[in-house]
Design a protein around this ligand. Structure first.
Ligand code: CA2
Length: 148
């Protein structure tokens, strides 16, 4: 069974515990369950991870690139959190694994928020972007990847 990797960046481990007006009341465990169920119905398995640090996210993108070339991975769903707006290193990691589809997801509509959230270092190297649909955005991204 091919795998979809779902990655989450800094502070997303706090989902459902604070700021429900911005990010809803679902926890990251709820997001994982949604991803597992959505992928299973489409015939894929899910590897789900969250990190508050750039390095492990970069390592996983590189690993996903090799697994994609080996035909084991369908693609990556990635909510980079605040690294979206700061990380040239994540941009470069995705650019370096040519071909690997990475779908950028944001729970909130970043374009309706502060100006510093309007720029993404990830979007130019993403295969698709899902913004502002709450945690359902993860399911939409998985559905999109399944058709790639
Ligand atoms: O809307 C999104 O998914 C974001 O990627 C969330 C990031 C934010 O920096 C991006 O601009 C947009 C923040 C994730 C922090 O998540 C928390 C959840 C609950 C409580 C505190 C933080």
């Amino acid at each position: 069974m091919k795998k979809i990797i779902v990655m989450n960046g800094p502070n997303l481990n706090l989902l459902g515990t604070r700021e429900p007006e911005k990010y809803g009341s679902a926890t990251l465990a709820d997001v994982e369950k949604l991803c597992q169920e959505t992928a299973k119905n489409l015939g894929f398995s899910v590897e789900f991870l969250q990190s508050n640090h750039e390095g492990p996210l970069i390592d996983k993108i590189q690993e996903a690139g090799l697994a994609y070339k080996a035909g084991q991975v369908q693609g990556v769903v990635f909510n980079p959190g605040a690294y979206t707006h700061t990380s040239v290193a994540l941009h470069d990691a995705i650019a370096a694994v040519a071909g690997l589809p990475v779908i950028e997801v944001h729970i909130s509509n970043v374009h309706a928020r502060e100006a510093f959230r309007h720029h993404s270092y990830i979007s130019p190297v993403a295969a698709g972007i899902v913004v502002g649909f709450g945690i359902q955005g993860y399911a939409l991204a998985i559905e999109g990847l399944a058709k790639k």
